[in-house]
Design a protein around this ligand. Sequence first.
Ligand code: FAD
Length: 302
Amino acid sequence: MAGLEAELSALGELKENEAMSSHCSFRAGGPARYMLTVADTEKLEKALAVITENGLPWFLLGRGSNLLVSDSGFDGVVICLGESFRQIAVKGSSLTAGAAVLLSKAASEAAEAELGGLEFASGIPGSIGGAVAMNAGAYDGEIRDVLESATVLFPGKGIKELSNAEMDFSYRHSILKEQTGILLQARFSLHFDAKKAIIERMKTLQQKRREKQPLELPSAGSTFKRPEGAFAGKLITEAGCKGMREGGAVVSEKHAGFIVNDTGATAADIYRLTCRVQDAVFSESGIMLEREIILLGDFGTI
Ligand SMILES: Cc1cc2nc3c(=O)[nH]c(=O)nc-3n(C[C@H](O)[C@H](O)[C@H](O)COP(=O)(O)OP(=O)(O)OC[C@H]3O[C@@H](n4cnc5c(N)ncnc54)[C@H](O)[C@@H]3O)c2cc1C
């Protein structure tokens, strides 16, 4: 592997056996065999070619705020996007942001430019890349409502500019979800509004989050997707799961839709708790909850 390490080190900052618990909002999970931060698209393309030639799997990491990595870690390369993916530009009512830009930063830059439309996203603790891949949404807004186009690298096939329609958005889903392509940057179509009104709306939504969500503890937000015609949190509460515990992981008393890590949970604790909640909700309501959080690594034997 010395050759691989030398090749990857030439393309970015390479770390070996990097604890993923430091990079995921759950604060749990084992090591990535390699973590590579690339500064620009050219290096990213070269790195993907090297990784593929060496037969290793890769995973594109945003802010790790919707991710559960197994305790045994990930036997491949976790790729992070660096410097040149953190640019924001505003032109007229369009805002273009690199994939590594924080959603909160994009929303506040939009407000500065008197552009509304990203208020819903200002409290979501992810990156533009993760938000577009997940079609993140909150308070009746979703990325698909504002995305005009996306610049996507399809490994080995080049870079394409995809329209909103080509992103195949649906609830918490896009064409990028299954590691098919890497978002490099996204262009959002926003609308002119008064800065004060935009900031007021962002503050109101953030206040709602603080009141309703257990933001003081590590989590990955809503653990499960909203089932058709129902609310996951309500179903979980009705199934008596509030306060249900596995090791250091617990179903939040404040918002049953969140599993939180309150006392040094392992990824196995969190995963097992998701399974117990699914079973309990299914027994009570006949509805099988689907995880919203992304699993990385091996959970097969848990
Ligand atoms: C307290 C809290 C509150 C939350 N509230 C919300 C909410 O209101 N609404 C909501 O939708 N989510 C919410 N989330 C979940 C999470 O913040 C979002 O899903 C967010 O968009 C994930 O972005 P990320 O950068 O952290 O992605 P990650 O967790 O790093 O990755 C998520 C997925 O996106 C992929 N990905 C990341 N970057 C790229 C890229 N450049 N190209 C292609 N794929 C990429 C990853 O490979 C992975 O499959 C919340 C999480 C927390 C902890």
